[in-house]
Design a protein around this ligand. Sequence first.
Ligand SMILES: NC(=O)c1ccc[n+]([C@@H]2O[C@H](COP(=O)([O-])OP(=O)(O)OC[C@H]3O[C@@H](n4cnc5c(N)ncnc54)[C@H](O)[C@@H]3O)[C@@H](O)[C@H]2O)c1
Length: 419
Amino acid sequence: MAQGYDPYESVVSTIRKAAELAGYREEDYITLCYPERSLEVSLPVIMDDGTLRIFEGYRVQHSTTRGPGKGGVRFHPSVNEREVAALAAWMTLKCAVVNIPYGGAKGGVKVDPSKLSRDELRRLTRRYTAAIGPIIGPEQDIPAPDVGTDPEVMAWMMDTYSVMKGHCIPGVVTGKPIEIGGAVGRKAATGRGVLFTVENTLKKMGKTIRGTVCAVQGLGNVGGSTVRLLDEQGAKIVAVSDVSGALYCKEGLPVKDILAWTSVRGHLLADLEVPGAQRITNVELLALPVEVLIPAALENQINGANAKDVRAEVIVEAANGPVTPEADAILLEKGIMVVPDILANAGGVVVSYFEWVQNIQSLYWDETTINEKLRDVMDRAFEEVWDMKEKHHTTCRMAAYAIAVQRVADAKNIRGIWP
Ligand SMILES: NC(=O)c1ccc[n+]([C@@H]2O[C@H](COP(=O)([O-])OP(=O)(O)OC[C@H]3O[C@@H](n4cnc5c(N)ncnc54)[C@H](O)[C@@H]3O)[C@@H](O)[C@H]2O)c1
């Protein structure tokens, strides 16, 4: 966590502002400011060299008001309880804004997965699954991939949970490999949702995607599929980056060649030569004069220190929390529109929802059906947010939060406080 930045404070301050905009009294939404349940676990793992290491892990269920908890598992060295709680709260809001019947949750382990062997990673994943086992399940809380985890990690989680329960339970996690109940299209779903959001935003600006100049920070699951899909639709990708730095070419980058390299586990952009491309830093990428800037790496990337340098026309948040509230105020002043994470990157959780529904029914859809259903959900949510923004003369973020807070607060108030 960057010094002085508390992501949970950031999400709560936005919830409060949105609740005011939607006309709610504090007692109507105050439960949303606190996570329902937070579990901290310590995970002993025997490393390949025979030594014992203890890892620190979390699972936070922010809300189960509208359905089971839902949210990814992050394996990253900066994982901490406040960050996981913030990510869980964003999940609650995200599921509400696209109106799928979930609450919000998130998990994480403080670890750099690139420093573990595959066997160590598997042992850590199994131990983590066993430790959070008592509070997860298809009807309680359903994990999925996030930064540093992938379908293989989900397969280990599903297997561990099923072995512990004594029968096959595919619906305990989503983002699984297809062979064990994953949904076709899930891997690219977050990126596809970002693509639909970029298209919808450009349409409101009287533009189309063909030829639109884009820069994307992060080339993992989300950034990689976003770049691929934007390229397929004819966008001009002038800059991409990963943790090792960025590449920039004003005439457009050879996206297919770059993705062929970065899609291999462990491959970094710093080790790739791209003729005609200039090496720049991640900070410089965020300040490029582009039409659409897509941060798809981590939170707190555009903040009080660098927001004044942003020259994009629109920012579409593919990552969770990449723009801080302080930066939001500066960008608003500069007339730069920000399409918020809880709308823009919801494609992943929407297709996760389809995966879970299919697991429960044991009935599977084809990719065309899934992509069409995803498009319907994303388009409807975008129009609802846009209408709210126009009605209240506010930002897209406030509008999305207002819709989400309204849905969760109304559900909470209808259910009532127990006992
Ligand atoms: N995976 C999903 O389905 C999903 C869904 C919704 C939102 N998200 C969010 O999207 C973001 C990315 O998730 P992902 O699943 O693609 O993760 P990932 O681990 O697959 O990829 C992360 C990418 O960010 C880069 N990166 C890491 N640290 C960086 C830094 N300091 N500066 C620049 N780049 C850096 C990595 O090199 C990598 O390219 C996260 O905020 C995550 O919470 C993910």
